[in-house]
Write a protein that binds this ligand. Structure first.
Ligand code: 13P
Length: 265
């Protein structure tokens, strides 16, 4: 890890609870982060995205890390009621500082389209541009990657472009992008560092093209998909990648700690 940009280690618990329980996990993560902060010159921003029911309680107990949500409600049709959804206002009230949007599992299970995802991003930023940071997930299917690396980059650039084109330019600096190839999620398969670096560069081109000219720094780009203690160091060294979005491995406090350590200096 070479550059001085802020780094992010984000845990996506999905529908799960850590095996040792919620309270114990939060207690251990607080202690771990306190120790890291006293021994490191710089530590990453650590974010846990639990199920919505835990956000408020986690926010109250979290001392050295941030809390995020896994999705947000946005209404393209307007003026209807939606049972079982959480709005950006509700998430902000509960204390979420980040929110994952466009996760491939939500695209698959809830039929989320690029238009709806863009609407969600705008909804989060409408709340107040720096209150909740949207973490926009993009990534190709295995058949696209198998076609060629260029096809995968074109596909992901198309996803990013579609979302950014629907947003005011001045809001682009407030988002984060997570590159999560669908074929790498929960499979143990990971693209090569060269493929990830090249994808980060391709995403950066889109971010640059859609940013306000006055922006000094492009938004952070994370990598997600089968990140674990064994590959975290290699991923931390990839140019253009500012951190990781971790699924299964974030549920085990010890493993998650080992991943965080790769981003401490
Ligand atoms: P895994 O780390 O379990 O592959 O999940 C990645 C993910 O979907 C994070 O959002």
């Amino acid at each position: 890890m070479s550059d001085l940009r802020e780094k992010f280690v984000v845990g996506n618990w999905k529908e799960k609870i850590p095996p040792g329980g919620f309270e114990y996990y939060v207690y251990k993560l607080n202690k771990f982060m306190q120790t890291r902060r006293s021994f490191s010159m710089c530590t990453p921003t650590v974010v846990i995205c639990p199920g919505d029911v835990f956000i408020d309680s986690m926010k109250r107990q979290a001392k050295c890390f941030q809390v995020g949500a896994q999705n947000v409600h946005a209404d393209l049709a307007a003026d209807r009621a939606y049972t079982g959804r959480s709005t950006a206002d509700a998430l902000a009230w509960a204390g979420a500082k980040f929110c994952i949007v466009g996760h491939s599992e939500c695209r698959r299970d809830f039929g989320e389209t690029e238009d709806l995802i863009a609407q969600k991003v705008i909804e989060l930023l409408r709340c107040s541009a720096d209150l909740i940071t949207p973490i926009i997930c993009v990534g190709e299917d295995d058949w696209v990657r198998e076609e060629s690396d260029e096809a995968a980059e074109l596909f992901v650039r198309g996803q990013v472009r579609h979302i950014l084109e629907s947003m005011p330019e001045k809001l682009v600096e407030w988002v984060m992008i997570a590159y999560e190839p669908i074929w790498a999620i929960g499979t143990g398969k990971v693209p090569t560092p060269e493929q990830i670096a090249s994808m980060a560069n391709a995403i950066g081109v889109e971010l640059f093209a859609h940013s306000d000219d006055s922006v000094d720094e492009l938004p952070p780009i994370l990598y997600g998909g089968s990140v674990n203690a064994g590959n975290a160091a290699e991923i931390a060294d990839i140019e253009g990648i500012d951190g990781v979005l971790v699924g299964g491995a974030s549920l085990d406090g010890k493993t998650f700690g080992q991943i965080i350590r790769e981003y401490c200096q």
